[in-house]
Design a protein around this ligand. Structure first.
Ligand code: GLA
Length: 423
């Protein structure tokens, strides 16, 4: 293949450089210095997809790819935001009297954070902010959570609220980041992305339990995820296929799950997964039989598929955690593959680009590969032997070129640190 098809690997921006660039953009835009710089990471979810809003389990890591925000508080209630993507254009919003859905475009995400904090009666005034990011947009890697989480942490800090310094406090901030996305930006999202961005630790995967009523201490556990020590890499390929969460498909999946839970007489589909697992134990055929009995009670074949995905996916998260901890990469990879196939066939959120990228990674020797994030475009992840990422990413790019798909891009994921102040 010609060089022009050489696949691009997206580098992360080191903290110092990100802080410098965000500060420069701030000073150039507003004519004064920011109070500080904060950053928040994008994420990949290793497994446990479309389970968060079903009170299920998921397993994200934070990416080294981050969004930097330089910010200063204001005396009035005005919010001004600018991004390095379009440095000439400052979006302005008045927080006083602002209503849900009152800000359009990308500014809804950061402005919505301040709005959500004020709705929660936190003493937050206006702010000026400048963003620099290397989390690829629209890639299913949570660029929006990186933006809302960096904003909420910055506002918490400059308004001396003190939530950002403890895990429990961060859970409060996460709810504001989610409210911004849900109510101001109109993007329905569970809580996976924001929890990942605020709570993942370097070298760890975050086992997140989304069952309602759990305390912050109970709902996460940090799992070792040191790939290098196992001679492995996690390749991420952004298919660059068009991707939108707020186009109704995601909301439709959520609604179907809720309807199905109501028909099964449970509050959420997690209860189905737990009830079956409690009586069947680890025996796969007993689990299958228990699941079939539940599915037989659903009249609608679409509901059957959606529930089958959610229940089996919740089980796969625990199975993956166990297999990975035991060093069983064949089984870990098999679970990645089963997750993708279930998202393709039962949950029906993949697109041809995702399927082709996954198939190619598998054929090229990945232990396993799957889409990550909400789907309908976005990225895949593949567990591969150390040193093989570039070659496999190139194979995917070559196949995409032959198919006439957009040129994909790649990044190497290592489990990175959570949102924090960097300057
Ligand atoms: C998107 C949402 C998350 C989660 C995933 C699917 O990323 O924002 O809350 O539902 O899709 O697992």
């Amino acid at each position: 293949m010609a060089d022009e098809n050489a696949v691009e690997f997206i580098d992360s921006i080191p903290d110092g450089e990100g802080a410098r660039r965000a500060t420069e953009l701030f000073a150039k835009t507003y004519g004064y210095q920011p109070a500080g710089v904060w950053d928040a990471p994008g994420r990949v979810n290793l497994i446990g997809e479309h389970t968060d809003y079903n009170a299920g389990l998921c397993l994200p890591i934070a990416l080294p790819h981050r969004t930097f925000i330089a910010l200063a508080p204001r005396q009035d209630a005005q919010a001004r935001v600018v991004s390095s993507i379009n440095p000439g254009s400052v979006a302005t919003a008045e927080l006083e009297g602002l209503e849900a859905g009152g800000v359009k475009g990308w500014a809804a995400y950061p402005v919505g954070v301040a709005w959500a904090m004020r709705q929660a009666e936190l003493p937050v005034q206006g702010f000026d902010a400048a963003f620099v990011s290397c989390v690829p947009l629209g890639s299913g890697l949570s660029s929006s959570a990186a933006m809302t989480c960096s904003t909420v942490l910055a506002l918490d800090d400059v308004y001396s609220l003190g939530y950002g310094s403890s895990d429990e406090g961060r859970v409060t901030l996460i709810s504001m980041a989610i409210a911004s996305e849900n109510d101001m930006a109109g993007a329905s999202t569970g809580g996976l992305d924001q929890n990942a961005s605020m709570r993942c630790q370097a070298g760890k995967a975050l086992l997140l339990d989304c069952k309602p009523g759990l305390t912050p201490l109970e709902n996460v556990s940090q799992q070792d995820f040191d790939l290098a020590a196992r001679g492995l890499e996690l390749l991420v390929v952004d298919t660059c296929a068009p991707h939108q969460l707020n186009d109704g498909q995601y909301a439709a999946r959520r609604a179907t799950c809720e309807q199905a839970a109501a028909k099964l007489g449970v509050e959420n589909l997690r209860q189905v997964a737990d009830t079956i697992a409690a009586s069947a134990g680890d025996d796969p055929s007993a689990r299958r039989q228990g699941l079939q009995e539940a599915l037989d009670r659903l009249p609608d074949p679409v509901e059957v598929k959606r529930v089958r995905h959610v229940v089996t996916e919740i089980w796969r998260v625990t199975d993956f955690v166990r297999a990975f901890a035991a060093g069983d990469m064949a089984e870990s990879g098999r679970l990645f593959n089963a997750s993708h196939d279930s998202l393709r066939d039962d949950y029906q959120v993949t697109v041809p680009e995702l399927d082709l990228a996954v198939d190619t990674a598998r054929e090229e020797g990945a232990y396993g590969a799957r889409m990550t994030g909400g789907g309908f475009g976005g990225s895949i992840i593949a567990l591969v032997d150390a040193g093989r990422s570039r070659e496999i990413a190139q194979k995917i790019a070559d196949r995409f070129a032959r198919k006439g798909f957009n040129q994909p891009r790649a990044l190497a994921a290592v489990a990175a640190k959570p949102a924090e102040r960097v300057a």
